[in-house]
Design a protein. Structure first.
Length: 318
């Protein structure tokens, strides 16, 4: 399903794109930094529709004439290939084990989106060791050279891989829903990310029953972050609750293709336009790596993030 180029959108060019993951700059990864805009899509809670949203957002951006690389960043429980009904011969696990080059693991999905899937049920990838980290950063550098935008769908929650990749990505997109549990977990995630990033997280409210409900959800999240974290957020819009989304998951067809005029599809296209037209972060948005640091994914100490009680109290006080 293709769409005509929107004349309101900025043209894609290498000079307009942004540096990719900082993970490729540190340590022993002496690989040229590709010029791609990297979006790390995260959520504090499972079941908010993050992966489906990341997939359909990639298709919407491709339809707007962007070269998109979609990477399954849930390295131990990948599911992007399942949503597409694909069974690739190789995935990111093979790359991290040195069994194949990243180019051999990438397959072309709908609308020309290039997809790098991850293995499912492989606990050895839950926390990357030094050798796999080095292969990962080199693989990302090579793969991103042929992309205008890289969408990195992170594992849900605050695992060490997710926090490290979010820290090093150009932009972090937090997906939440109007449900109180999802909103509180989104706030807790934003609070943790605030300790490792300066860039304002981009927020997408998914599965909203109305635009008004989505606006209220974002407003409370922004108010809580401002009051307790002294941090600003950026709204990238919302996606309405839509039975077409669940139907698409069951059929293993992206809803943007299976139901292109459904409310959720129209919302995702609007998010894509806002993404391309909105302000982009520059180098000052990123947390630079210390000169003596390595691209290791640190284990998060228990004190690194907010307690569930503290996050809930701050949310309820907003």
């Amino acid at each position: 399903m293709s769409m005509p180029t929107d004349p309101r959108l900025p043209a894609s060019s290498p000079r307009e794109s942004r540096p990719a993951l900082q993970i490729i700059r540190g340590g022993k990864c002496a690989v040229p930094v590709p010029t791609a805009r990297v979006l790390a899509v995260a959520s504090g809670k499972g079941g908010v529709g993050k992966t489906s949203l990341a997939l359909n957002l990639a298709l919407a951006l491709a339809a707007l004439d962007r070269r998109v690389l979609l990477v399954d960043g849930d390295l131990a429980l990948g599911k992007l290939d399942l949503l597409l009904g694909e069974e690739p011969a190789a995935n990111l696990g093979h790359v991290l084990n040195g069994e194949c080059a990243v180019e051999q693991a990438i397959f072309t999905g709908p609308s020309g989106v290039r997809v790098l899937a991850s293995p499912c049920g492989r606990d050895e990838f839950a926390v990357l060791d030094a050798a796999r980290r080095e292969r990962f950063c080199a693989a990302m550098a090579r793969a991103a050279t042929a992309a205008d935008i890289v969408i990195l769908d992170l594992a849900t929650g605050i695992g060490p891989n997710s926090i490290e990749l979010a820290r090093r990505a150009g932009e972090i997109v937090v997906v939440t829903t109007p449900e109180p549990t999802a909103s509180i977990d989104a706030y807790a995630l934003i609070k943790i990310l605030g300790g490792v990033r300066r860039a304002a997280p981009r927020i997408i409210v998914n599965r909203a029953r109305s635009a008004e409900e989505a606006a209220e959800t974002y407003a409370r999240l922004a108010r809580t972050a401002s009051r307790h974290l002294h941090a600003g957020l950026v709204s990238w819009g919302h996606v309405l609750e839509d039975t077409a989304v669940e139907d698409a998951v069951r059929r293993q067809i992206p809803f943007l293709l299976g139901a292109p005029e459904a409310p959720a599809s129209l919302c995702v296209r609007e998010v894509a336009r806002k993404l391309l037209c909105g302000d982009r972060p520059d180098e000052t948005d990123r947390v630079p790596l210390p000169a003596n640091s390595s691209p290791a994914s640190p284990s998060l100490p228990r004190s690194a993030g907010p307690s569930p009680i503290a996050a809930r109290r701050e949310w309820e006080a907003a």
